[in-house]
Design a protein around this ligand. Structure first.
Ligand code: F6R
Length: 606
């Protein structure tokens, strides 16, 4: 989603602002802009599309200011045109914004009635007019901003600079993250520490409702009530973790190939491999007394949760309620006493997941989160954090974060199963060994990558693709379809194999590839029957399985051979072929694999 940066520097900052924005590109955007204070007045440059367009604009018309803000915009209100790109400004004030100002309609109406003229379709522009209006009444920049912030509703982050103020920037956080970077006589602001990594590793995260006055000598932070507060300064690890593509063509490819290593790290955090035992941090709730686990997440993280449901119910015998966060939050389900609420999020900032977490807290649930960004809001608001150690995920399509989420959920299942007496020590040992073998099997699978290219060339010709799976492979079918549609733009749907005949089978003809995710487990024969139904209607079947193709009993267009593994760990392994199929199809089609159209990495609006 939108990225915000700001710098109070010693020399012209426009170049550094663009560099910082480049580090936020992974979040997804469709236009960009910067503004600086130049000889006392505000100047800006904006461009539609990628940052190179903004750079070209700056090359032709450079900005010289030493105080500036920058923005990558992911359109919510108004099309992704240059006119709607941030910063928004008038002669007094310039603003960049991430999130949504929910009451912008009523504020805009009131401002128009007062004679303000709006130039854009954005919600952000009201902030410019509100601050200017307060300044017109005689308030200074800080007081005008304070009053304006009090009138805004919604979830947002803001960075603001002012004409005539070369040593002032105001930052505000209400729902969308913001990090202040401390330099030597310079100050920085960014949507995350990754953006600021080239400049400083001394970071202060603003908390919910905080706003801050930045000057070159430091920052003064106020909480929601206006009281001055101290927030801790942390050493960011973003600098050392900053990634490039290595020898890979895309971040997505690199992240797919990192899976053996990051899954190993994640598992090592929760397993005592020497003793073949799971060792989970204390969740602060007696596992034997847990009445229900309520899982909530979005997109790929939700599919990880869905696998978790199959595991927790089967191995730990705990009832699991799971829902997409955007539904859960408004459904307001009744939740039992002694309930564990589990949230899964790579970014830890997803607005709907966060809102659901807060709802579950209000319902007195014990709150645990599986997150990749430990400093994120979801992590900070959880009673217990179960980190995934995937490292920064830059490709918009989630890959290694998904398999690391599965790794944590598998360990949690074992820990709860053992504590509840639903798995024996011998079973625990067997399952821990099975998990420990996953990285090696994935490394072997990845060596077979070239075989996916040919399959992908065929898939690229399809208009629609179906994915089928049963049991814990059903979420993999959903994930496979999501991966394919988001990066190749081919329409794809995942179905529970048994559900096919209740409707989707009408879609089957000789033009529709059907990818069947079917490990040879206790449900395999059921899935085989559904596959026959597809074959009987001329569907083109690609079977992803450890079973021999002879067992299919029908003609296969292709067979993706998988290693024999314990059925418990198969979701971790079967994630890889669906990722590779999607990746190579998108590469063949020439789409923007790492930053697919319309998508954002960190979804901080609902
Ligand atoms: C798909 C994808 C998204 C995210 C979803 C949740 O490849 O990446 O569906 O999984 O937006 O994001 P997080 O995990 O950051 O909460």
């Amino acid at each position: 989603m939108c990225g915000i940066v700001g710098i109070l520097g010693h020399k012209a900052v426009a170049g550094d602002l663009v560099d910082a924005l480049r580090r936020l590109e992974y979040r997804g955007y469709d236009s960009a802009g910067v503004a600086t204070v130049e000889n006392g007045h505000l100047e800006r440059r904006r461009a539609e599309g990628k940052l190179k367009n903004l750079e070209a604009r700056l090359h032709n018309e450079p900005l010289q200011g030493r105080a500036g803000i920058g923005h990558t915009r992911w359109a919510t209100h108004g099309r992704p045109t240059e006119n709607n790109a941030h910063p928004h400004m008038n002669e007094r004030v310039s603003v960049v914004h991430n999130g949504i100002i929910e009451n912008f309609g009523e504020l805009k109406k009131a401002l128009i009635a007062k004679g303000h003229r709006f130039e854009t379709d954005t919600d952000t522009e009201v902030v410019v007019h509100l601050i200017a209006d307060e300044m017109q009444k005689g308030c200074d920049a800080i007081e005008a901003t304070r009053r304006t912030l009090a009138s805004l509703r919604g979830a947002f982050a803001l960075a603001i600079i002012f004409a005539g103020e070369d040593d002032l920037m105001i930052a505000a956080r209400q729902g969308s993250p913001l990090a202040i970077g401390h330099g030597k006589g310079e100050m920085y602001l960014g949507s995350d520490a990754i953006a600021l990594a080239p400049f400083t590793d001394e970071i202060t995260y603003l908390e919910e409702g905080d706003w801050a006055v930045l000057r070159r000598k430091g920052a003064i932070i106020f909480d929601r009530s206006g009281k001055q507060v101290e927030r801790v300064r942390t050493k960011s690890v973003a600098t050392s973790l900053l990634v490039d593509k290595g020898n890979h063509r895309h971040f997505m490819a690199k992240e797919i190939h990192e899976q053996p290593e990051v899954i190993s790290h994640t598992l090592a955090n929760y397993l005592d491999l020497a003793e073949a035992r799971v060792s989970m941090p204390d969740l602060g709730i007696d596992p034997a007394g847990i009445r229900q686990v309520s899982i909530s997440a979005c997109g790929t993280a939700y599919y990880a949760g869905l696998v978790g449901k199959y595991w927790l119910e089967r191995y730990a015998r705990i009832p699991v309620e799971i829902d997409i966060a955007s539904e859960f939050r408004y459904r307001e389900p009744p939740l039992p006493a002694n309930g564990l609420a589990l949230f899964i999020s790579q970014s830890g900032e997803t607005a709907d997941t966060l809102a659901t977490l807060r709802y579950c807290k209000s319902q007195k649930q014990r709150v645990a989160s599986v997150v990749n960004v430990r400093t994120s809001t979801i992590a900070r608001e959880s009673d217990a954090v179960l980190p995934t150690l995937a490292g920064p995920e830059i490709g918009v399509a989630s890959t290694k974060a998904f398999t690391c989420q599965l790794s944590v959920l598998a360990c949690l299942t074992l820990a709860l199963g053992r504590a509840r007496g639903t798995i024996s020590s011998a079973q625990e040992e067997e399952l821990v060994h099975a998990l420990a073998e996953v990285p090696r099997h994935i490394a072997t699978l990845l060596r077979n990558e070239p075989s996916y290219e040919k399959l992908a060339h065929d898939l690229a010709k399809a208009k629609d693709v179906l994915y089928l799976g049963r049991g814990s492979s059903y979420p993999l079918a959903l994930e496979g379809a999501l991966k394919l549609k988001e990066i190749s733009y081919i329409h794809a749907e995942g179905y529970a194999a048994g559900e096919l005949k209740h409707g989707p089978i009408a879609l089957i003809d000789e033009n529709v590839p059907v990818i069947v995710v079917a490990p040879e487990d206790d449900l395999f024969e059921k899935t085989l029957s559904n596959m026959q139904e597809v074959a009987a209607r001329g569907g083109r079947i690609i079977l992803v399985s450890d079973a021999s193709p002879d067992r299919a009993g029908c003609e296969l267009e292709a067979h993706v051979a998988m290693p024999k593994v314990h059925p418990f760990t198969s979701p971790l392994l079967y994630a890889v072929p669906v990722q590779l199929l999607a990746y190579h199809t998108a590469v063949f089609m020439g789409t923007d694999v790492d930053q697919p159209r319309n998508l954002a990495k960190s979804v901080t609006v609902e």
